[in-house]
Design a protein around this ligand. Structure first.
Ligand code: SF4
Length: 741
């Protein structure tokens, strides 16, 4: 990269605005980040950059950054010193712990911090003596994990973003990648242009991704499961399924057939609004173009029936025999840059790192890794039993406390620490606001003032300014399970403190510093090594700091064309040693699930089996595809909000900070985007298509009875937006999807 600033240095770092994980060259002059440039040689972005990434520098230079610690006194924010902030916060937390027990505190971690920091956040809750811990992933892809893990094991994207280039067909359902993951879309468009792959977009809204599709299917909001089951049925009934794959690897196929046969094309038309003929045509398209990939995002997951959706998407790939193959798989695009890593580190109330769960065996394993006495950890809990019990999720806490807008239940919590997670993506925010008022203490640790900070009306809030992702370093795991090193670009600005340092200061004051950092001398590398040592379940073992750094340092050494010419799974190194990566010699696993061997010889079997408890058409739709013995775990933990049914448009919040950057980017012909989360800059792109309400079908009382999860309001049977081709064309023309600068 060229360096127009004299005496400047270039730092390779990773974009923090979504889980694609694009490379950025940051130019630093005299300790100041002065310029950024796209990384031409990065193996994923390969010179591509979207307008979100173009504003990465704003994370550091933004005038909206929190500059020093603040405390609310008589309704006004008062500047305090770090010393005072840390002393007061830790004293208050310790007092609460002493009086009400460790479970009176909840720790909210973050999908925006490094793996190392996420790991420390989970470890902190364990050392504090509680399982009350949660983070953003709860509301985005917990339903994905439920659907995917219950079908074939790991709750993660099966292939790699680059590998989508090998797809013969791309089936989008609940993803608007052209806006939310523009650089991933670049690889997808390659499949369209080079392989002639049909791009099928299923969405109630005509999105920018739909504008790039060969086939657009508009379904009624919330009817994904029925539509996909209709496809599965058509594939089975017409004998288009992969018989060999199903015979040798798929358990429960007969039960699947039984369930699917109720979803005749006509029935699917009645439910989804998609003409019966179209259902069969799309099924044929999928069957004729294999291997194909299924891509989804939060449009598929954020439903009260989210895990049914994700389970159906997986089963579709099973009948097509698209698993374990280059160009196939279920490719789930994550939101935050490190949502996969933070989930793997299990900032979650139901598991210790690497999905070990909360059994005694799991605790003993991690105590060995931490080099602490199991009895000591046990003594940290108020009651030994609580060690093995799930703690609160954020939603479970405030929904339990506030019902029908009234405080109905005594809150067992006295303090919540939000560390890199605002709560503005939570549904029923007004309830959270009320619940916050009941607390004695709210601590926000974040580079920016968050909505949560101003939600509480009481003088119970502390705001501690932390480093942005570019003022600290560590590894991050992108959507494709690939791990990259995000180098520090500059030192923390203003009085902001590095997250690791805040952690050190807090645990010192909590009195267990020596135990907590026993084998961690060099930060963050020794933390990575602790993760390598302990995470035997999912293969985080071979990604040592040295190997991850090497991957990042030598982007330019990867010969993309050679790798691509191989036409199949590429060198794992190229993808960032995607887990599982079992040893320091292991190349990582760009494509999950080995189907090279038969099941009897260690190849993987998959499950298309249904729980016996719930059978069509009894019971609720959300139970229909419940995994064995587990009734909709993802939706359950998500809160199962009864009114939260539709496909959720991506964009909710905006910061005017980013508006300038993004408007500028649009002027330069870059893609507007619509991903929305705290600490992401967001462009709240106004929908330029006038909203029409045109009834397609009148509400059918029989259908309401039959599918009680459908909203019984007539409006839900209407299509909200009517696509007008002239306007649409104008819209596309005005904002062309150009993915590179
Ligand atoms: Fe950043 Fe855009 Fe790449 Fe996502 S697609 S990592 S937001 S540049």
């Amino acid at each position: 990269s060229s360096k127009p600033y004299p005496n400047s240095k270039i730092v390779r770092t990773i974009c923090t605005h979504c889980a694609v994980g694009c490379g950025i060259y940051a130019e630093v002059q005299n300790g100041v980040w002065v310029r950024q440039e796209i990384a031409q040689d990065h193996p994923i972005s390969r010179g591509g950059h979207c307008c979100k990434g173009a504003g990465a520098i704003d994370m550091v230079t933004s005038p909206k950054r929190l500059k020093y610690p603040l405390k609310k006194v008589n309704g006004k924010w008062q500047k305090i010193s770090w010393e005072q902030a840390l002393d007061e916060v830790s004293k208050k937390l310790l007092d609460i712990r002493k009086k009400d027990g460790p479970d009176a505190v909840m720790w909210i971690g973050s999908a925006k911090v490094s793996n190392e920091m996420a790991y420390l956040q989970r470890k902190l809750a364990a050392f504090w003596g509680t399982n009350n811990i949660d983070h953003q992933a709860r509301i985005c892809h917990s339903t994905t994990v439920a659907g995917v893990a219950n079908t074939w094991g790991y709750g993660a994207m099966t292939n790699s973003i680059n590998d989508i280039r090998h797809s013969k067909c791309v089936f989008f359902i609940g993803s608007n990648a052209a806006e939310a993951h523009p650089i991933a879309m670049q690889h997808i468009l390659y499949a369209k242009e080079v392989n002639n792959a049909p791009i099928i977009v299923v969405d109630p809204r005509f999105t920018k991704t739909a504008a790039k599709a060969t086939d657009y299917v508009r379904i009624r909001s919330g009817t994904d499961t029925a539509f996909v089951m209709g496809l599965i049925n058509a594939i089975i009934q017409n004998d288009w399924y992969d018989k060999e794959f199903v015979r040798t690897r798929v358990a429960g196929f007969e039960e699947l057939k039984e369930v699917a046969k109720h979803y005749t094309p006509e029935e699917v038309e009645r439910i989804t609004g998609v003409p019966a003929k179209e259902v069969v045509r799309i099924a044929k398209l999928l069957a004729d173009n294999r291997p194909g990939t299924v891509i989804w995002c939060m449009g598929g997951t954020q439903h009260s029936i989210g895990s049914s959706n994700t389970r159906a998407y997986c089963i579709l790939q099973l009948v097509l025999g698209n698993m374990g193959k280059s160009g196939g798989g279920t490719n789930i695009l994550r939101g935050h840059d490190n949502v996969q890593g933070a989930t793997d580190m299990c900032i979650l109330s139901h598991s210790l790192p690497a999905y070990y769960g909360l059994s005694d065996g799991a605790w003993k394993h991690w105590c060995r890794v931490w080099d602490v006495d199991y009895e000591w950890i046990k003594s940290r809990f108020k009651n030994k039993k609580y060690m093995n019990k799930k703690g609160f999720t954020l939603g479970r806490w405030y929904e339990g406390v506030i019902q029908e807008d009234k405080i109905t239940q005594y809150t067992p919590l006295k303090a919540v620490v939000f560390w890199g997670c605002s709560s503005n993506s939570q549904s029923q925010y007004h309830k959270l606001k009320k619940a916050l008022d009941l607390l004695d203490l709210v601590v926000i640790i974040d580079p920016f003032p968050t909505m949560t900070a101003v939600a509480s009306d009481k003088d119970n809030v502390y705001l501690l300014p932390s480093s942005s992702q570019y003022e600290t370093e560590g590894s991050i795991t992108n959507s494709q399970r690939g791990i990259q090193w995000r180098y520090k670009v500059v030192d923390p600005v203003h009085e902001c403190k590095d997250d690791y340092m805040i952690m050190q200061e807090l645990v010192k004051r909590f009195g267990f510093y020596d135990k907590f950092f026993k084998n961690i001398k060099k930060i963050p590398e020794d933390i990575t090594r602790e993760i390598n040592k302990g995470s035997l379940t999912i293969g985080y073992n071979g990604q040592t700091p040295e190997r991850i750094k090497k991957h990042t340092d030598y982007w330019h050494t990867f010969d993309v064309n050679t790798l691509q010419a191989k036409g199949g799974p590429c060198d794992g190194e190229y993808y960032g040693l995607p887990w599982p990566c079992w040893t320091t010699e292991h190349p990582g696993t760009p494509i999950l699930y080995d189907i090279s061997k038969p099941v009897a010889k260690g190849g993987l079997p998959f499950r298309a089996r249904f729980g016996t408890k719930y059978k069509y058409p009894n019971g609720k739709m959300e139970n229909l595809l419940a995994a064995d013995g587990v009734a909709n775990p993802g939706s359950e933990v998500n809160g199962g909000y009864p009114e939260f049914k539709g496909i959720v448009p991506g964009t909710n919040w905006k910061t005017d900070l980013s508006q300038k950057t993004i408007k500028e980017a649009i002027k330069r012909g870059m893609a507007p985007f619509g991903n929305a989360r705290a600490r992401c800059y967001v462009w709240n792109f106004p929908d330029p298509i006038p909203v029409h309400r045109e009834p397609l079908h009148s509400p059918d009382p029989e259908m309401i009875k039959k599918y009680p999860t459908y909203d019984d309001k007539p409006d839900h049977y209407r299509v909200y937006t009517k696509y007008k081709s002239e306007q649409k064309l104008d819209w596309v023309k005005r904002y062309p999807l150009i993915l590179t600068t």
